[in-house]
Design a binder for this molecule. Structure first.
Ligand code: FAD
Ligand code: NAI
Length: 478
């Protein structure tokens, strides 16, 4: 039997965009519900969206475990630690990952209780035009409710894009979901798409023993990354044994009983066939608008299928908002969260703000790659006069002590004002180091500001200071 419950705000989707929007709206005094359809293995709720269940969190758990395994096998001896009988227990590695996912799922349930957010487990869809009570929404089983909302925030996220003729079966042809749950190390792993997922997942399985071949469509490697950094990354990944092939035209993909064959044309236009034990397809993601019944209320999508929003995440319908992967902009958890907070604050009449110029990117390979702001090629294309400064980790004492000296920090600053326009890092803990650059850019700092700030010694962050010093050719340790 269905009941009707009224809320000030209903959030559809419990990923980073949705659950954070729900919490912030509740903090602001609204009555809030969040509806999320994701299920765990037992059919129960699995709050946290792609990020928690099959994205950021499990991938970082496996990246960490596989990095430990590689270090134990290759770099411990250099530290004077001899390991004998090293053995991979993949079952335990996957179990640990699942435990971490569950801790995050449960954490969100706790946060909803703490903030008095009502949770419905099921799929929400628009049930008709807005009435005096707001938008009627149906929630499917197991919740099976009809609810109404004065404001709706759509945060339904994205799904992995398939290649035509090669649907994901998650046994041989894997999306991110299957790539995070392979139960035996494949001898030969194919990856289509040398983007963020391809490089992160390729790294995990290579470290665990797979021979990894990556087939990328574009002729350039990591086109969105600063060229100098991408070049360095390409060299380092090749040295690690990731076999990355650019300029490939993928043809027929044929799954067999225990393997899958991929026909493709290489960059020279030669016909090739490769046979893999597993194939990951990571060629980008598509917005998740299925099942919302958007057409029932006339919710507009853009030409690429994303929910059309303005800079404030407003849709074409009054009091209907959309955030995260389902709208334009980078598909990143922290971008989704920032938009979720900003929308909740706008509903409360405040001036929520998302600064798209200072959203950091991180690729969690080894070494990590992180950046914020503009690349050198973007500045050149825009005709902006800039100064560049770089500092290699090879000249940083902490990096040497860590035994991880690959990569560099690179600063780009306005030639006239010295304002920082972009910071690009490839190296140890780049994901953490980039935060300083984000803060600096948010405060419109100059490179000189960073160069004059005292940084702890010995620390990796000294490489950031030195790269800022390098802008005016004043590095002290290189
Ligand atoms: P999602 O997290 O996709 O959540 C949407 C939720 O809505 C899902 O639970 C879905 O089941 C639910 N839903 C959909 N339709 C309905 C409906 N009609 N009714 C009810 N519920 C519905 N980003 C980073 O910033 N850092 C990383 O390290 C990172 N690593 C990643 C690794 C991988 C392998 C992948 C695939 C992604 C990664 N991302 C990472 C991207 C990140 O996961 C997404 O940007 C983020 O999850 C988007 O959040 P969201 O809230 O918009 O959507
Ligand atoms: P991506 O956009 O990062 O990379 C896709 C790659 O596939 C590109 O290099 C593209 O040129 C290539 N490609 C596209 N079509 C192809 C084809 N037909 N044949 C061969 N190559 C083809 O997408 P990916 O890796 O699927 O990840 C999706 C998104 O998830 C990322 O863009 C990112 O927003 C998010 N993500 C973020 C992470 C992080 O923040 N560390 C980690 C993983 C994912």
């Amino acid at each position: 039997m269905s009941t009707t419950k009224q809320f000030d705000v209903v959030v559809i989707g419990g990923g980073p965009g949705g659950y954070i929007a729900a919490i912030r709206a509740a903090q602001l005094g609204f009555s809030v519900a969040c509806v999320d359809a994701a299920e765990n293995a037992k059919g129960g709720p699995a709050l946290g969206g792609t990020c928690t269940n099959v994205g950021c969190i499990p991938s970082k758990a496996l990246l960490q475990s596989s990095e430990h395994y590689e270090h134990a096998g290759h770099s411990f001896a250099d530290h004077g630690i001899d390991v004998s009988g090293l053995k991979l227990n993949l079952g335990q590695m996957l179990k640990r990952k699942d435990t971490i996912v569950k801790q995050n799922n449960d954490g969100i349930v706790f946060l909803f209780k703490k903030n008095k957010v009502t949770f419905f487990h099921g799929r929400a869809s628009f049930a008709g035009a807005a009435t005096a009570e707001g938008y009627p929404l149906s929630v499917s089983a197991p919740a099976n409710e009809t609810i109404s909302a004065k404001h709706v925030i759509v945060a339904t996220g994205s799904n992995a894009r398939e290649l035509p003729g090669a649907p994901f079966d998650e046994k041989l042809i894997l999306s991110n979901t299957g790539a995070l749950a392979i139960d035996a190390v494949p001898a030969k792993l194919g990856v289509i798409g040398a983007g963020v997922i391809g490089l992160e997942m390729g790294s995990v399985w290579r470290r665990l023993g797979s021979e990894v071949t990556v087939l990328e469509g574009l002729p350039v490697f990591l086109g969105a990354v600063d060229e100098q950094i991408a070049k360095e990354a390409g060299k380092l990944f090749a040295k690690q044994g990731l076999n990355i092939n650019l300029g490939c035209k993928i043809g027929q993909i044929t799954p067999g009983k225990n393997n899958v064959s991929v026909a493709y044309e290489n960059a020279k236009g030669e016909a090739q066939t490769a046979v893999f034990d597993k194939l990951i397809i990571s060629i980008g993601r598509t917005p998740n608008t299925n099942g919302l019944a958007a057409d029932k209320v006339g919710l507009q999508l853009d030409e690429r299928g994303f929910i059309a929003v303005d800079g404030d995440c407003k849709t074409n319908l009054p009091n209907v908002w959309a955030v995260g992967d389902v709208v334009r902009g980078p598909m990143l958890a922290h971008k989704a969260e920032e938009e979720g907070v900003a929308v909740a604050e706008r509903i409360a009449g405040q001036h929520g703000h998302t600064n798209f110029n200072t959203i950091p990117w991180v690729i969690y390979t080894s070494p990590e790659i992180a950046w914020v702001g503009q690349t050198e090629q973007q500045l050149k294309a825009a005709g902006i006069a800039y100064k560049a400064g770089t500092f290699p980790f090879m000249a940083n004492g902490r990096a040497r002590a860590l035994g991880d000296t690959s990569g560099m920090v690179k600063f780009l600053a306005d030639a006239t004002t010295d304002e920082i326009l972009g910071v690009h890092i490839i190296g140890p803990m780049a994901s953490e180091l980039i935060a300083e650059a984000v803060v600096a850019m948010e405060f419109k700092a100059s490179a000189e500001d960073i160069a004059r700030i005292c940084h702890a010694h010995p620390s990796l962050s000294e490489a950031t200071k030195e790269a800022a010093l390098a802008i005016d050719k004043r590095t002290l340790n290189f």
